[in-house]
Design a binder for this molecule. Structure first.
Ligand SMILES: [Fe+2]
Ligand SMILES: [Fe+2]
Length: 372
């Protein structure tokens, strides 16, 4: 007879923070195994020391699930509510068994957990009470003995993507729902304080605005990684507070051909150095976008065009830029050309020729020659 019991999939972890890889995996597990997935954040995971508090991790999961609004994805605070410092999976399994006595419990774990599973408390009993399903990770070799001993099944799913919670904490990726990004910003989690420390309050607000607008433009133009636009936007002005003398010394060392450019654009170069040194940014497109956001240049990659435009038109700039924003969202390239045209008019109207520079001139020449 066919087993008609409902499946309940238990998905535990630190979720520090939750990201789109977790969500893609949970959706796939729900679809492939059939059943609801419960995100169960651990209060104090045995193997990890979370950076965000249990309360913040809970709020981020709730915000993400609320934004996604998929009835097959649920939240459980069973482990967070448990008394005592260390929480064990066996206790969670037993509690779920009591709550849902007529359901099949499926325990979803990562490939790395397969390898340590024999050391988990009451591992045999967990295996008896649940069907254990694991997802292999590219960077982990699974211990076949444990998989066999505890009757684990492999879930053939590889679409979670390269995102990781540590990648978000370190600002290497921001592939997480927007509501989680908002929460990180509002609650000063992870990298936010390091960005704040380099900027005045006004400049920080401007940078957040550039980050969000750049993300939106990249998303509406169907970029593969709109989160790179967020990162470049957030960091684009981090060189702003450095004195002129020090900036020129840094530029002389790293990019001597730019050492005589006007003062107002020096921060774009310093910003690139800081992005590498202080935040470990290695993505060449993010670095290029920061390095030329103020002046532009010839042959700008798409991301650099977006950051250039978003910097000039973000909504806290104090003028009505809504038509330009709309244009960028429809077609970033046409929007960029329009912003460039406005900026050229503005620079041409300045009485001081020293405000002009070779990079901007090359940029105008290369993109505006045939554009009216
Ligand atoms: Fe700037
Ligand atoms: Fe800026």
């Amino acid at each position: 007879m066919k087993d008609k019991k409902e499946n309940i999939i238990l998905f535990g972890g630190s979720f520090d923070p939750i990201h789109n890889g977790h969500i893609r995996l949970a959706k796939a597990a729900s679809r492939m195994l059939g059943g609801k997935v419960f995100f169960i954040p651990a209060k104090a995971p045995r193997w990890k020391h979370p950076s965000a508090s249990p309360n913040d991790r809970e709020n981020m999961i709730k915000a993400a699930l609320n934004e996604i609004n998929d009835p097959s994805l649920c939240f459980s605070d069973i482990e967070l509510k448990r008394v005592g410092e260390t929480t064990y999976t066996i206790d969670t399994v037993k509690e779920f068994k009591n709550l849902y006595p007529d359901s099949n419990l499926i325990l979803l774990i990562g490939g790395d957990s397969v390898n340590t599973f024999d050391k988990w408390k009451d591992a045999e009993e967990i295996s008896r009470l649940t069907r254990i399903v694991y997802i292999e990770r590219d960077d982990t070799l699974v211990n076949e003995d444990n998989a066999l001993r505890f009757q684990m099944e492999k879930l053939y799913y590889t679409g979670a993507g390269p995102v990781s919670s540590s990648g978000i904490r370190d600002l290497r990726t921001m592939d997480t729902p927007l509501s989680v990004i908002d929460y990180i910003e509002k609650n000063n989690l992870y990298f936010i304080n390091n960005v704040r420390a380099l900027l005045s309050h006004e400049r920080f607000i401007h940078s957040l605005s550039v980050a969000h607008l750049s993300y939106d433009i990249a998303l509406s133009n169907q970029f593969m990684n709109p989160d790179m636009a967020y990162i470049a936007g957030l960091l684009h002005d981090i060189g702003k507070n450095v004195e002129e003398k020090e900036s020129r010394m840094l530029i002389e060392k790293n990019d001597p051909e730019y050492k005589d450019l006007p003062r107002y654009c020096l921060h774009q170069f310093v910003g690139e150095y800081f992005a590498k040194e202080k935040f470990g940014i290695e993505n060449p497109l993010v670095l290029d976008a920061i390095k030329y956001h103020c002046t532009g240049k010839e042959h700008m990659p798409p991301l650099s065009k977006i950051i250039y435009a978003a910097d000039k038109i973000e909504p806290t700039r104090g003028y009505d830029s809504s038509a330009l924003i709309k244009k960028c969202k429809i077609n970033y390239y046409h929007g960029f050309l329009e912003v460039l045209k406005h900026n050229k008019k503005f620079i041409d109207s300045k009485p001081n020729p020293g405000e002009k520079n070779k990079l901007s001139n090359q940029c105008f020449k290369s993109y505006l020659r045939s554009y009216k």
